[in-house]
Design a protein around this ligand. Structure first.
Ligand code: GLN
Length: 321
């Protein structure tokens, strides 16, 4: 089985390694130091098999791909109703760092854009800042299967230049959307974004969502089964910001991107695909990440509304041959 999958991934990697559109994010100065040519693809299946091409162990910051996992933690701590009062599930159709809030319902639009993610981070349980920091790393540990750490330089860079995120947070405070401990919530938000992962880690984190919430490598449950669909739903409709509609149409998989160049797509019941390539398009999504997922979705019939057709099943069988 591994022969077919690996050979296929190598072909996809070869096909897109020359694609050098896009630029590395520089608005967080420390991210500007990333090697623009770094490129890896990892597939982790619900059986716990992992197929990787490129430097799959190279670490980068998870950035916004932390958002669905933190949304899951909020759901587990407070339940769907309470979380739903504080953050919506409506695509904003706007940029990830948009200052737009849904003033009618007095909530940020969804947990995948910065405003909603900051409101979600504020819901992480714990009595003190250190306790909440520990809860965050413990959450990521269950998904990745080993302990993750925060990149101190990126964290400092996020914190000293995060004026826009501060502005969003204070505006939410003004509307009573978040509790009155903004600097502490932001610290935790910057720390979650600055958590280091490899492309392999990301694929395994995604495979937990493909596998009804259980880490397929360690066997440990990462999230309650009944909340997996909540995460996948908002990833499907909001995961790529103002490119979410195009993505849902052409690729058709729940996914989340991050400005360090990570992109994670989940094929429910089957596998997760993680791509790392730091060159971003104007919306802050990895150019090669989108190209790889689009190609794989077409080749393997992975679009959620394509699954089950005989042609799609045939192509997927070839992948795992
Ligand atoms: N840390 C980044 C920010 O808050 C995360 C954004 C992203 O990955 N899209 O601006």
């Amino acid at each position: 089985m591994s022969g077919g999958a690996l050979a296929y991934l190598r072909r996809v990697h070869d096909a897109f390694r020359g694609l050098d559109d896009g630029v590395v994010a520089t608005y967080i100065p420390e991210l500007g130091k990333a090697d623009p040519d770094g490129f890896s693809i990892v597939v982790a299946t619900v059986e716990g098999d992992v197929f990787e091409v490129g430097n799959a162990a190279q670490r980068f910051t998870i950035q916004s791909i932390s958002k669905p996992f933190m949304f899951g933690a909020a759901l587990e701590a407070h339940g769907r109703e309470e979380v739903g009062r504080r953050v919506g599930v409506e695509p904003s159709g706007d940029a990830f760092n948009s200052i737009l809030l849904d003033e009618k319902s007095n909530r940020p639009y969804n947990p995948m854009v910065n405003a909603g993610a900051i409101a979600t981070t504020a819901m992480l349980p714990g009595a003190t800042r250190p306790e909440r920091g520990k809860a965050m790393l413990e959450l990521f540990r269950r998904y990745a299967g080993h302990s993750l750490t925060v990149d101190a330089a990126v964290y400092a860079s996020e914190s000293t230049t995060g004026h826009r995120n501060r502005a969003i947070s204070y505006l939410m405070l003004n509307f009573g959307m978040v509790p009155d401990r903004i600097e502490e919530i932001l610290e935790l938000y910057f720390a979650q974004c600055s958590t280091l992962v490899s492309c392999r880690d990301l694929a395994i984190m995604g495979a937990c969502l493909a596998n009804d919430g259980v880490n397929p490598v360690t066997g440990e449950r990462a999230i309650r089964q009944d909340y997996v669909r909540d995460l996948l739903s908002v990833m499907y409709t909001c995961g790529l910001y103002d490119f979410s509609g195009e993505w849902a149409y052409h690729v058709g998989l729940p996914a989340k991107s991050g400005v360090a160049g990570g992109l994670l797509a989940v094929v429910p019941g089957r596998m997760a695909i993680a791509v790392f390539s730091p060159r971003l398009d104007a919306r802050g999504n990895s150019v090669r990440g989108i190209a790889v997922c689009r190609r794989m979705a077409e080749d393997l019939g992975l679009h959620v509304f394509d699954r089950g057709t005989p042609a799609a099943i045939g192509r997927l069988m070839q992948f795992f041959r």
